[in-house]
Design a protein around this ligand. Structure first.
Ligand code: B12
Length: 266
């Protein structure tokens, strides 16, 4: 389809058709909504009226995309298997739905040469209306004195049981001025709820309690929990016990302390 005939509805619809069966959700946004809350060094280098789409993984992604991806292709090289799977799904959807189109694809784990993230996933999720981004400044009369508290997005259906994986920017697709910025559902409206959320996310994120701040419609399966609770070195071992990696291959030696402390986002 030529760029001129693409619009918010058909881009979102085509991506949804490709990606929802794989356990992803897609939400459109205008680059200007994102850029207007950020300082110049973090803004996207595209016109304010261009279309972007943020891609979230839901609990179903693990069984609907990741395990079949491992079964069919296996992972190649040392990079994170989930990241490889997400990249495969996103690039396949883009080349299938929009052949020849100018689409800039950024992943949550990518950094710019300045070491800043290529896009701020939580800000994108909030301005698209996908998931409210609760930040320190959303708590009145903060109990944390000078401490910096990291913010967290809450999805209205999945609570914290999701991840923000990618941002696609359609440079040549213009979002009309009549398109209104959606407000994300405020599912943690009270001061006490927000304090509990930010404290769980900052101090006890390993116990995953922040994910249940609202009652989710679906959570990660036991298999998925086992996978994301494991450290990277153990994840390769788990994949091997599930039959996905050849036993004799040369797996990365990720036993050094630095690497086993590495956090991969699930
Ligand atoms: C670096 C990083 C980390 C670092 C630092 C954390 C941080 N927030 O800075 C470390 C390694 C500590 C980390 C840890 C974790 N992380 Co992390 N991390 C990231 C990463 C890659 C970048 C975040 C970042 O650097 N932000 C920069 C700071 C400056 O941005 P900011 O605080 O949001 O500030 C901006 C906004 O306030 C904005 N702004 C200003 N005004 C306004 C107004 C409005 C309305 C809005 C919307 C925005 C806005 O401007 C500011 C910048 O100038 C993101 C993925 C991504 N690409 O975004 C994941 C991400 C934030 N992490 C995530 C998770 C889940 C985790 C962990 C739980 C690990 C895990 N295995 O699951 C832990 C727990 C956190 C903790 N307690 O320490 C998830 C959060 C999902 C969610 N529901 O929100 C993300 C989004 C990854 C993902 N794929 O989903 N992480």
């Amino acid at each position: 389809m030529a760029a001129a005939s693409l619009n918010v509805e058909n881009v979102t619809g085509l991506l949804q058709d490709c990606l929802s069966k794989l356990g992803f959700e897609v939400y459109p946004l205008k680059v200007g909504w994102y850029n207007s809350v950020l300082s110049p060094s973090l803004r996207l280098p595209f016109p304010d009226d261009s279309l972007a789409v943020v891609v979230l993984s839901t609990p179903a992604m693990f069984e609907q995309a990741f395990l079949p991806f491992m079964e069919q292709r296996g992972c190649q090289g040392l990079s994170d298997p989930i990241d490889q799977c997400v990249k495969h799904c996103a690039t396949s959807a883009v080349s299938q739905c929009f052949p020849g189109q100018n689409v800039d694809v950024r992943y949550d784990y990518e950094l710019l040469p300045s070491r800043k993230p290529k896009f701020l996933a939580q800000t994108a999720a909030h301005v698209s209306g996908a998931a409210f981004y609760y930040q320190q400044s959303d708590v009145t009369d903060q109990p944390w004195a000078e401490k910096k508290m990291f913010g967290v997005c809450v999805h209205p259906r999945f609570g914290g049981w999701f991840a923000i994986r990618a941002l696609l920017v359609f440079e040549d697709v213009v979002v009309g001025s009549e398109v209104v910025q959606p407000v994300p559902p405020d599912c943690v409206p009270t001061r006490e709820g927000r304090i509990q959320l930010l404290e769980s996310f900052n101090f006890h994120w390993q116990d995953w309690s922040y994910r249940n701040i609202i009652c989710p419609v679906q959570t990660y399966s036991q298999k998925q929990r086992d996978y994301f609770s494991a450290r990277p070195a153990e994840r390769f071992a788990l994949l091997r016990t599930w039959g996905f990696l050849p036993k004799e291959d040369h797996q990365p030696d990720i036993s050094s302390d630095a690497q086993s402390e590495m956090i991969t986002h699930g």
